[in-house]
Design a protein. Structure first.
Length: 134
């Protein structure tokens, strides 16, 4: 009975962590898209970036690492390795776009939207990889 209880607890932990990880990914993607549409209101873009996008860019890889601790065999799967690389790269673009958002010069605006666009494309690629393979 104790072994069955442990298995049940592990399954509940795994399910809860997957839901939290997926919800974080959706929040990250939607906040990045929201910032993209806020190009005329820089203050609103900063608030969304500071309150949602950047915390999610940290939180999603963290919960992903917690999930991988439970299933280290997934490191041998090509789609998981691709997902990790794309997610870490998207986090890098999130940081880069945040730094550019703080800048006051208008020349940097094109680079900001380029980084933000690449971040969104990478996040969509990660979601597609999960939907098709995991």
């Amino acid at each position: 009975s104790s072994a069955a209880s442990d298995v049940y607890k592990r399954q509940m932990y795994d399910t809860a962590l997957r839901l939290i990880h997926s919800a974080g990914m959706v929040c990250w993607l939607l906040s990045a898209i929201g910032v993209l549409f806020m190009r005329s209101n820089k203050e609103a873009a900063r608030i969304i970036t500071d309150k949602i996008k950047m915390p999610m860019a940290f939180f999603v890889p963290l919960t992903g690492c917690l999930l991988l601790i439970e299933r280290p065999h997934l490191f041998t799967e090509w789609w998981m390795i691709s997902k990790i690389v794309l997610s870490v790269t998207a986090s890098g673009f999130a940081i880069a776009s945040r730094l550019l958002l703080l800048s006051e010069t208008s020349e940097i605006e094109n680079a900001f939207f380029r980084y933000l666009g690449l971040e969104i494309i990478l996040l969509l690629s990660v979601i597609m990889a999960v939907c098709f393979n995991g």
